[in-house]
Ligand binder design. Sequence first.
Ligand code: GLY
Length: 647
Amino acid sequence: MHMHSSPSLFRLTTTRVAILLACSTVVVGAHADRGKAAPGLQSSVNLPEQSQGKPPAWAGKAFRQGVVSAANPYAAEAGAKILEQGGNAVDAAVAVAYALNVVEPQSAGIGGGGFMMIHMARTGQTVIIDSREEAPAGATASMFVGQAFSRRSLQGVAVGIPGMVRGTEMAVNDYGKLSLSQVLQPAIALADGGFAATPRFVGSTACSSATSRAKNSPVAAEYFCPGGDFRAVGSLVTNKPLAQTFRQIAAHGADCFYRHMPEKGCDIALGIIEGQQYNQPNLSPIGKGGSMTLADLAQYQAKLRVPIEGSYRGHRIKSMPPPSSGALTVLQILKMLERFPLGDASQGYGFGALKTANVMADAMRLAFADRAIWMGDADFAPVPARGLLAKDYVAIRSQQITPGARLNPNPSADDPRPYEMAGLSAATRLAVAAPPISHENGTTHFSVVDKWGNVVSYTNTIESGYGIGVFAGYTLPDGSFKNHGFLLNNELTDFNTTPTTNPFTGTAGFNDVEPGKRPRSSMAPSMIFNPDGSPLMAYGSPGGATIINSVVNVTINLIDHGMTMQEAVDAPRLSVSSANPTITVDPWFPAATVTALGPLGLGYAVNLSDVGSVQTVLIDPKTGKQYGAADARREGTVIGLPRSGGR
Ligand code: GLY
């Protein structure tokens, strides 16, 4: 049992996480043969070994000169190269982000945005650069009303002002050692010279499906499914238009992306504006373009945020504040669970046990009920962050959880405001807003540590896989198309579809669309810290609302179940992302527990599906040795430096 309550035990457990990590190369679960490289793959970069049925080469290996962990081998390589060239973790993370735009374009890129958590070893400061997409000035609360997800998410109206280029420029200028131009070079080389198509690059395109997001527009269809068919795994893929776009940014900085400056050859802004006017012509009634203007683009700024900090069994955890619901929901779930001995098999808990799954599921349901009401962009709405994490409030919420029984009826949100501000009386209980539906496959998480001990935890996104399925680009006077080579996001679908305006005050709901507002995210780039304030580990995940639960699962795996870092990543995860009793588990979750949770047992609906893709790095606080873990659910890859140095 791990119900720790003294600082010395905290230290013990913290160290144990690191030591255990170094000792084991076991891959938990029966999924190790999934994601096998198709025969004939001729990649110059090796695919992760655990996706070929073997424990990953990096498991338990220690490094000293830096570690990069990303969801794609080429992207990890880009980050490692920048570290070898003298860049720090921030430079390497930015290089990874641009490289992913080339090799994992369905997930993230300069047409979207993200959250980059940075810990600087010299100052001990941890900050987050928020490059979240933003609603344009012409956006309205009712712009999605009556538009089913299958419509609104494939239309220009869903496109938020992209943030990644401003965010990465801020990161490199304020926290990096190299220039934006230098860190862009690996991505330019990949886009220009090409890469061998990986199984995931090919497999996610769904070329045979008429409704594939990858084929939403003719230019995207031709790129991802040339001639209407799948690309061959291992075949060379280039993206010359994207290489050209990156060169423009490298030469003239972020302004070349956000401002139309023909005198400098900067025309990317024109491509974003025309791209987000996209109406899917086959839809009836006809689709809806976006309202974004050049002025919207020109005013976009990345924002520096302070992470929200909490603790779980004495371990300090920092994660993403609003506009994300990440930190608040992750920490609320963990705090509700702290009173249960999740690691203790002798009390009927332990990894994968029914009791553990039951209390985790109901803690998630309670937190997601609060999330639906109380979380949104805190620059617009008074998010009661302190109240949501207040000890007494969390205790009252947690009291509703009963091991051995499903929380019934579905929990509603409670009112955390009295715990936020003294003197405000408790309001009546609030109804549960529509459950968030996760359609997201278009996000990626990567983590980096450098030789100086700087750490980055970066989740980046274009929302759905392929975003709106439209490349930025514009029509030239001769009728030809100038393609900029990157997909536009559909991030604004993270706002409420139907406005939840207060009828008495006219005040917008916390996550209703408003001009200039950032849609509520679930992204939760996170770090665990040692008692002395130094970072122990960086982690995070894609997966829409399930991101929160992936972070919760990995945290519990490490702290309660004593797994190594790679085991904690590989172990099957459990996720509930609304107040409803619907659980999703990885297909290799213990079958007996799935049955016992299901309709003939506790009465949850249980779906089997991959949950998240977690990439982590860890620094052993005793030795300073660095480790990485990556996820076989995608093409997760760890590269440690020096390359000969792992042992
Ligand atoms: N695009 C995923 C999120 O922001 O939650």
